[in-house]
Design a binder for this molecule. Structure first.
Ligand SMILES: [Zn+2]
Length: 86
């Protein structure tokens, strides 16, 4: 884990948004090729979703990896091994 996950500059943009990365896939529900992968925060916590941008069908919902930098405010000790006491 690098220090870039712990120290942040104040945002320079007026509006903040997440980047939706296009994915080479076809939606099984509507057949659209407009599929994107991006971070979300929902009722089960932070996730990385791959969703159809036409009908919002979930192709996959994954746990974020360290490379995803999501959420950006994760604890510095998140990937430390826990003790027997938890
Ligand atoms: Zn679709």
């Amino acid at each position: 884990m690098g220090v870039e996950r712990l120290i942040f500059e104040p945002p320079a943009e007026k509006f903040l948004h997440v980047e939706r990365t296009p994915v080479e896939a076809t939606c099984p529900r509507c057949g659209s090729a407009d599929v994107a992968r991006y971070p979300v925060a929902n009722y089960v916590g932070p996730r990385i979703v791959t969703k159809c941008q036409e009908c919002f069908y979930h192709l996959s919902v994954d746990m974020p990896t360290a490379d995803d930098h999501w959420p950006p405010w994760q604890s510095a000790t998140l990937d430390w091994p826990s003790s027997r006491a938890g």
